[in-house]
Ligand binder design. Structure first.
Ligand SMILES: *[C@@H]1O[C@H](CO)[C@@H](O)[C@H](O)[C@H]1NC(C)=O
Ligand SMILES: *[C@@H]1O[C@H](CO)[C@@H](O)[C@H](O)[C@H]1NC(C)=O
Ligand SMILES: *[C@@H]1O[C@H](CO)[C@@H](O)[C@H](O)[C@H]1NC(C)=O
Length: 210
C-alpha cells in the first residue's frame, strides 16, 4: 500500500512538473532579444496564438497585410511590445508599408494598438483638415519635419498628429494617396516635449494568455 501511494505521488509529481514547464515553454532568444511567454517563434514553444517571427536573428511582428515590423522591446508583465514604425523611403514622403495602406492588425489575433501612441501623418491632402486631427502649425509633426528629417522627402507638407486613443480603431494606422502618404509614431509622448526626447515606436498590447 505504502509503495502504491508513493508511486502515485511520484507520478503526480512528474505529471505536474511536466505540465507546468509545458505551460511556460518559452522560445529561445532571437538574436539578442528574449522571447517571453506567450510569444511564439515556433510551433514547439510559446503559445502559437501569439505568433512572432525570428528572421535572421531579428524578431519581427507580421501585419495582416504581410508586412514585417521589427520588435524593439517587450514588456511581458504589462503584456506590451513596441514595434518600429516603418522607415520612410529615402528622398520621398512614402512609408515603406504604403502599398499595404499602413499598419493593419489581424482582428482575430490577440494583439491591438495601445492608447499610448502619438501618430504623426505626413503629406496629407486637404481633406484631412476637416478631421479632428491636429494639423496646426504647432502640431508635433512640424517639429519632426523641421528637425528630424534627414534624407526624407517630408518637408513643408500638410501634416497632422493625433493620440491614438480608445475612441479609434485599435487595429489600424491608415495611410493612402487620398489621405496621407507617410507616418511615424512616438510612444508616451509628453506634452511640450521636444523632438530629441521622443521614443519612436508603435506600442501593441496582447490579451493575457490565461
Ligand atoms: C505626396 O503625396 C502625393 C499624393 O497625394 C504624391 O503625388 C507625392 O509624390 C507625395 N510627395 C512626396 C514627396 O512623396
Ligand atoms: C496641437 O498640438 C500642439 C502640440 O501638442 C498644441 O500645443 C496645440 O494646442 C494643438 N492645437 C489644437 C488645435 O489642438
Ligand atoms: C486592446 O486589448 C487590451 C488587452 O486585451 C484590452 O484591455 C483593450 O480594451 C483593447 N483595446 C481596444 C481599444 O480594443
Amino acid at each position: 500500500m505504502n509503495t502504491l501511494v508513493r508511486m502515485v505521488g511520484m507520478f503526480l509529481f512528474l505529471f505536474l512538473v511536466n505540465h507546468v514547464s509545458e505551460a511556460y515553454n518559452c522560445c529561445p532568444k532571437c538574436g539578442s532579444i528574449d522571447v517571453p511567454y506567450p510569444l511564439s517563434t515556433d510551433d514547439n514553444c510559446g503559445d502559437p496564438r501569439y505568433k512572432v517571427y525570428c528572421n535572421h536573428g531579428i524578431l519581427e511582428f507580421l501585419s495582416a497585410r504581410g508586412f514585417y515590423y521589427k520588435i524593439l522591446s517587450i514588456n511581458p508583465s504589462a503584456y506590451k511590445l513596441i514595434i518600429s514604425p516603418p522607415p520612410i523611403k529615402k528622398g520621398t514622403c512614402y512609408s515603406s508599408d504604403f502599398s499595404s495602406e499602413g499598419l493593419k492588425l489581424d482582428e482575430n489575433l490577440p494583439f491591438n494598438i495601445s492608447t499610448h501612441n502619438t501618430v504623426m501623418l505626413f503629406n496629407c491632402t486637404d481633406r484631412l483638415l476637416d478631421s479632428p486631427l491636429n494639423c496646426s502649425s504647432s502640431s508635433f509633426c512640424r517639429q519632426f519635419e523641421d528637425n528630424v528629417v534627414e534624407g526624407i522627402g517630408c518637408k513643408n507638407t500638410l501634416c497632422c498628429h493625433y493620440l491614438k486613443d480608445s475612441a479609434m480603431t485599435s487595429h489600424m494606422i491608415r495611410i493612402r494617396a487620398i489621405g496621407c502618404t507617410a507616418y511615424t509614431s512616438v510612444v508616451n509622448m509628453k506634452p511640450g516635449s521636444s523632438f530629441d526626447s521622443w521614443t519612436y515606436g508603435i506600442e501593441l498590447q496582447w490579451v493575457p494568455a490565461n
